[in-house]
Design a protein. Structure first.
Length: 276
């Protein structure tokens, strides 16, 4: 498991491109037959990917957690971005089609991941944060996620937001998680740019053509930076960092947050004209 420590806005302003990528970009998340985990010290969120092939893969108990099992003091959200697969939690199977989500609460001991077809494996994206209360394990389909339509084709940011784990969806201790899909011809996400110092956020970009890229903007509004991101890569956004992005082609992304509250609308918007 990779470990990432927190960086201040001043430290980020002094980084070159490679240093910024080493600190905030999480590449190689979806590697067939493996579990890939990154432990960030931003609200102690773990970002991960699991791609089971011909055999099931268990969620490992990492030594860094100093726990009896991975979810002894944690909760986890799981969204499938690949072929059909199954998450089995303490003997109960949750079948997940593409873009369906499962939530597993604190105290879930045995978790395994499997694919229905090794030729078209599931690709499970994971977000896990500390939890101090137990909420029930549950699955939610894309259709159950109460889609919210935002943006406009005129500004190339027409999009649909699916909120899975939040105050009005699957309950959690502190994790919020969902995904956004862009309409054909739209390429901008998270407009207007915003911060929420009460919560950190992680973005995972998927369904992006291999020849295309997303430019993910971050940093303080008056000291902006960007990361060039490929398909199936994630980025950690510190609480002090504004965030939005644009792609050279259509894509989707999964967002996840943890911190002081679970209010989806709690954000401080930044006018595009005021960015530097």
């Amino acid at each position: 498991m990779d470990i990432r420590f927190q960086k201040s806005s001043k430290e980020m302003s002094e980084m070159n491109t490679q240093q910024q990528r080493e600190n905030f970009l999480i590449p190689d998340l979806m590697v067939k037959g493996t579990v890939q985990l990154t432990y960030t010290h931003y609200d102690r969120m773990i970002v991960g990917g699991v791609v089971p092939a011909s055999s099931a893969i268990a969620l490992p108990n990492e030594d860094e957690l100093k726990a009896k099992y991975f979810l002894e003091r944690r909760e986890i959200g799981i969204i499938n971005v690949g072929g059909k697969g199954t998450v089995t939690a303490d003997g109960i199977a949750y079948e997940l089609e593409k873009l369906e989500c499962a939530y597993l609460g604190k105290g879930t001991k045995d978790v395994t991941f499997s694919s229905s077809s090794a030729g078209a494996p599931a690709m499970f994206y994971l977000l896990s944060v500390p939890a101090h209360q137990t909420y029930p394990n549950r699955k939610m389909t894309k259709e159950e996620a109460q889609p919210v339509h935002l943006g406009d084709s005129v500004t190339s940011n027409k999009r649909t937001i699916y909120k899975y784990i939040h105050n009005d969806g699957m309950m959690s201790c502190q994790l919020m998680m969902g995904l956004t899909t862009l309409a054909e011809g739209s390429v901008w996400n998270s407009v207007p740019p915003h911060t929420h110092t009460r919560r950190m956020e992680a973005y995972f970009y998927f369904d992006l053509d291999a020849a295309q890229r997303v430019m993910h903007f971050m940093g303080e509004p008056q000291e902006t930076r960007h990361l060039v991101i490929a398909n199936n890569e994630a980025v950690v956004s510190p609480p002090w960092s504004m965030h939005f992005g644009v792609g050279t082609a259509n894509y989707g992304f999964i967002w996840g947050m943890a911190g002081e509250n679970k209010e989806f609308t709690d954000m401080d918007q930044v006018a595009v004209a005021n960015l530097k």
